[in-house]
Design a binder for this molecule. Structure first.
Ligand SMILES: Nc1ncnc2c1ncn2[C@@H]1O[C@H](COP(=O)(O)OP(=O)(O)OP(=O)(O)O)[C@@H](O)[C@H]1O
Ligand SMILES: [Mg+2]
Length: 309
């Protein structure tokens, strides 16, 4: 093991097959796509790519398939400066189909079943990998590995953050509360928060999460920005006004910038959330989950020049 990153990401990597289409087709309709591209994607890999662009030394804990797509994904990690010394080749690489409609800017994503099954074994996780880590970030997609890494993080005093999406939230409280109990910073999107708490009101949902263990809940609200909740405060921080091309990975760019700013660089919660809105606003102007992710300087200068919604 050569590298010991300061930020470790545990979770998924997938090939994103992205087609831009003029509009969403009806059943049985055949339409011509406007463009077709392949990107290295997956929530955790996108997150790490974002943090690496911001200048953080990052490493990925996960698996790619033992196939040509796996070779493509390993190359993608390398290009993004993400350490892959513990990444293993197993089973099949997940390929996710993403369609972005040009007329509305909306997207649909069809996730591969291999997202759940192509993964490391608990024995592949090595505690020395965490020896310089300040933060562990995960999506909790693979529960056995999440529990193993949380144990290591707790033992070593490493800050743990969790990106909670709806696909994971549907697993329910019995599965997820023991994990959330060990999380320091919870980063749900709106749908994930509503689904897991059963609270339609987002402010109430965020407060409920605080009662489950985390010290901080930062909920992303798409074009509305984010809601920051601490035991003593609750504040919405508006998004930046930009021309949107593709929102895929907006949340990942946001989480990467928030954790970099707050945990790695020590900015206060509000300043970090505002920088995270800026990083995500730069990303949504480009097609592909990691295209447009900014450097630290780019995010800072964007913030200085642009107005919020
Ligand atoms: N239309 C928009 N304009 C400006 N900023 C946006 C827009 N949509 C998203 N963002 C920024 O991206 C952040 C994350 O967006 P969102 O809540 O949609 O995440 P998400 O649902 O996790 O998305 P994904 O999983 O596709 O990355 C928002 O908090 C905001 O800062
Ligand atoms: Mg997300």
């Amino acid at each position: 093991m050569t590298r010991t990153p300061e930020l470790v990401g545990l979770g998924e990597i997938a090939l994103d097959w992205v087609d831009e289409i003029p509009h969403f087709p009806q059943p049985d309709e055949k339409i011509d796509a406007l463009s077709q591209n392949f990107f290295t994607g997956g929530v955790t890999a996108n997150f790490l790519s974002g943090a690496a662009r911001l200048g953080v030394d990052v490493g990925f804990l996960g698996a790619v398939g033992d196939d040509d797509y796996g070779t493509f994904l390993l190359e993608g990690l390398k290009k993004a400066s993400i350490d892959a010394s513990l990444v293993k080749r197993k089973d099949k690489s997940p390929v996710n189909f993403i369609m972005v409609a040009k007329d509305s800017g909306e997207k649909i994503i069809i996730q591969s079943p291999y997202m759940q099954t192509t993964k490391l074994a608990p024995a592949d996780i090595k505690e020395e990998y965490f020896s310089k880590a300040k933060a562990l970030h995960t999506t909790a997609i693979h529960e056995d590995l999440t529990v193993e890494c949380l144990r290591i993080a707790k033992r070593r005093g490493i800050t743990v953050s969790l990106d909670l999406e709806k696909q994971i939230a549907v697993r329910g409280q019995a599965a997820l509360r023991p994990i959330i109990n060990e999380v320091d910073i919870l980063l749900p999107n709106k749908e994930g928060a509503r689904t897991l708490t059963g609270e339609p009101d987002i402010k109430a949902a965020a407060r409920k999460f605080l009662g489950w263990g985390p010290r901080l809940v930062v909920m992303t609200l798409g074009g509305e920005g984010c809601l920051v909740t601490t035991p003593t405060s609750q504040e919405r921080i508006p998004a930046y006004k930009v021309r949107v091309s593709d929102t895929t990975g907006a949340g990942d760019a946001f989480c990467a910038a928030f954790i970099t700013a707050h945990v790695i660089k020590g900015l206060d919660v509000e300043a970090a959330a505002s920088l995270a809105n800026a990083a995500a606003a730069l990303k949504v102007q480009h097609l592909g989950a990691t295209s447009g992710q900014p450097s630290w300087e780019e995010a800072r200068s964007f913030q200085a020049k642009h107005a919020v919604n």
